[in-house]
Design a protein around this ligand. Structure first.
Ligand code: ADP
Length: 304
């Protein structure tokens, strides 16, 4: 069946991304809470239709580690994309609360399985692995979203993405400067995975902007410098796992199958749900996020 705007009751804004706004909505016919992403494209209907057709393969992207897709439609040059609502939001806003190794391993395992599913079952790469695209719910479930299924959509969005945090692998950064396309391969996603895991462990982006004079210096550090490592307190297995993701030379990076067999994830698979309190971690992280939000609001108020 198809969905359209009049079936929705709009609720709170959940966040803003590079390309649009995400809102919580209620799908009235089914009473399901969803997240609706608005992507402003200003394209003619024919192109928007082509994008919707490409997005259709998302209906086959059904896996425990992938955010469920409900459907998409367009109104006045905007694409609206409806997906499962994840009630704890994205990992980037939770990670600063601190993370114990078993929780980090759970998150890593879910990410690897999600990426492997996309590759093996849908023959696609994610292309945008980063903590904002890792969503969490209060059950402690971790899922991936925002992967590149639509070439048309990607083309239309191209190059607005000049954020100050790059998760791109060194070869992609170098490739972009050469042919503006980058040389993608699955191993580029593995780099982004490793970087995201380190960020989750550190609670901040591993190439902090304050260390570099400008974005160019930061990208140079990614391309020419040593890869980042986990902070103190994590096991040798954990450190080796991220090192296997963050090899500068793409062909030396681990494959998803190798990562699943790595002692870091084997140890995770042996721990029961009682031993890894994902719900407890989410509760704690949400509380921390709420306190940070209040602190930031007070600071903003004082500065006025
Ligand atoms: P970006 O472009 O940076 O990847 P998005 O536009 O995808 O960001 O999302 C913006 C924010 O909206 C996210 O950081 C997240 O906090 C929130 N969000 C996105 N999708 C969902 C969802 N399905 N459920 C709950 N929150 C979401």
């Amino acid at each position: 069946f198809s969905i359209s705007m009049n079936q929705f009751e709009l609720e709170d804004e959940l966040g803003k991304g590079n390309y649009g706004t995400v809102r919580k909505v209620l799908h009235k016919p089914t009473k399901v809470a969803m997240a609706m992403k608005e992507i402003r494209l200003e394209l003619e209907d024919q192109k928007l239709n082509a994008i919707l057709m490409e997005l259709d393969i998302l209906h086959r992207a059904v896996a425990p580690e992938i955010v469920e897709f409900y459907g998409a439609f367009f109104v006045e040059g905007c694409v609206y994309y409806c997906m499962e609502y994840m009630d704890a939001g994205s990992l980037d806003k939770l990670q600063g609360a601190g993370i114990q190794e078993p929780v980090l391993a759970r998150i890593s395992g879910a990410m690897v399985r999600g990426l492997k599913f996309l590759k093996d079952k849908l023959q696609i790469m994610h292309r945008d692995v980063k903590p904002t695209n890792v969503l969490v719910n209060r059950q402690g479930i971790i899922k991936l979203c925002d992967f590149g299924v639509s070439g048309q959509l990607e083309k239309s969005l191209a190059k607005t993405n000049i954020g100050c945090q790059s998760y791109m692998a060194p070869e992609r950064i170098q490739g972009e400067s050469v042919n503006n396309l980058g040389t993608y391969s699955v191993s580029s996603d593995v780099w982004s995975l490793g970087l995201s895991i380190i960020e989750a462990a550190m609670g901040k982006y591993p190439y902090p902007p304050e260390t570099y004079a400008n974005v160019f210096a930061q990208l140079t550090a990614i391309v020419q410098g040593d890869p980042p490592t986990l902070p103190d307190g994590f096991s040798d297995e954990a450190c080796d796992f991220v090192a296997r993701c963050l090899m500068k030379e793409p062909t030396r990076r681990a494959t998803y199958s190798e990562l699943l067999e790595h002692p870091f994830l084997i140890a995770d698979s042996k721990r029961t749900d009682d031993e890894v309190d994902m719900r407890g971690w989410v509760e704690m992280a949400i509380e921390w996020r709420e306190k940070e939000r209040i602190k930031a609001a007070v600071t903003a108020e004082l500065e006025l």
